[in-house]
Design a binder for this molecule. Structure first.
Ligand code: SF4
Ligand code: SF4
Length: 294
């Protein structure tokens, strides 16, 4: 059983954003301060862009024996702004706990989406990371917001871990962390509104023989739960002047999300296309090009 002095953190990110590294650096910094700490991830589909969870437990007093996922966190950190409306990030968050979000939205705007007795902190970590690290990987930047709001670790402890982990890149990461520390905005959620998280109902599955060919099944099963389109880092673009309408691309799409249009040419349903690039690989006339998401 978890002891009262143990602080539990849940990190919400997407594959490639560094949620796992954030948790690791937090634990290593805490251990550096002679505390007891754990860091561990929970992956869903292991691919870039998929939602990912990581967890910390930190205690200044006691060794931590619990090994299960954190379900009643004291602190929730959200690395990807899009997850706020996709996942119930405050699930289990304790009264008086912290919700720390990477977002360009104002704190007033953001807090209107939640109702609960929590403290909210917002920082535009993506802009800071792009400016100082030249890449939208916000793990070390969000650590600055975590340190400012909760003081769960000290910035000097983190500095040493950054030097070990990033070597020559530690300086820029520390700069990003400090800038987030300086620019994080804090408020309490008092009034709150209804949180706008999408809800999904898992209905009875249809028989395979009843499914239409070449379509994404949205009315039955749990396909809607995995709207893989919001994971993608790239999407297919068709050059119809090269396409011979053979349909091979649609046959190879693992999401089954390419269908034939009225004009006979093929297109992907962007809501479900996960950007794997298999269609472009399989098209023998090179009609498909994969283009980075803006
Ligand atoms: S990239 Fe192509 S093959 Fe992959 S999911 Fe999207 S449409 Fe399907
Ligand atoms: S595989 Fe290539 S040529 Fe065939 S339908 Fe798809 S895009 Fe057109």
């Amino acid at each position: 059983m978890k002891r009262e002095d143990t602080i539990e953190i849940r990190w919400h990110g997407r594959g490639g954003q560094g949620a796992v590294t954030s948790a690791e650096l937090t634990a290593l910094s805490a251990i550096h301060e002679n505390k007891f700490a754990q860091a561990f991830p929970s992956f869903g589909p292991e691919r870039r862009g998929a939602p990912v969870l990581a967890f910390n437990r930190i205690s200044a007093e006691h060794a931590i024996r619990v090994r299960s996922s954190v379900i009643k966190p004291d602190i929730v950190v959200v690395l990807d702004p899009g997850l706020v409306t996709l996942i119930n990030v405050v699930d289990g968050l304790k009264p008086g706990g912290w919700l720390i979000v990477n977002s360009t939205r104002s704190i007033d705007d953001l807090q209107s989406e939640f109702s609960g007795d929590w403290k909210l902190a917002v920082v535009d970590a993506s802009s800071i990371a792009r400016e100082l690290l030249r890449v939208n990987i916000v793990n070390t930047t969000m650590l600055g917001a975590l340190i400012k709001t909760t003081g769960v670790i000290k910035i000097d402890s983190l500095k040493e871990q950054l030097e070990v982990k990033f070597g020559a890149r530690a300086k820029a990461n520390l700069e990003a962390c400090r800038k987030a520390f300086d620019t994080t905005v804090i408020s309490s959620i008092t009034t709150g509104g209804q949180k706008k998280v999408r809800t999904f109902a898992v209905e009875n599955l249809a028989k395979w023989s009843e499914l239409p060919v070449g379509c994404v099944v949205t009315d039955v099963g749990n396909t809607k739960q995995f709207c893989t389109g919001d994971w993608k880092a790239q999407h297919p673009v068709w050059n119809d002047s090269k396409c011979i309408k053979c349909g091979i691309c649609s046959l190879f799409c693992p999401e089954f999300c390419i269908s034939q249009q009225k004009d006979g040419y093929f297109r992907a349903n962007e809501f479900y296309c996960k950007g794997c690039g298999i269609c472009a690989q399989e098209c023998w006339t090179q009609s498909i090009t994969m283009v980075e998401e803006a």
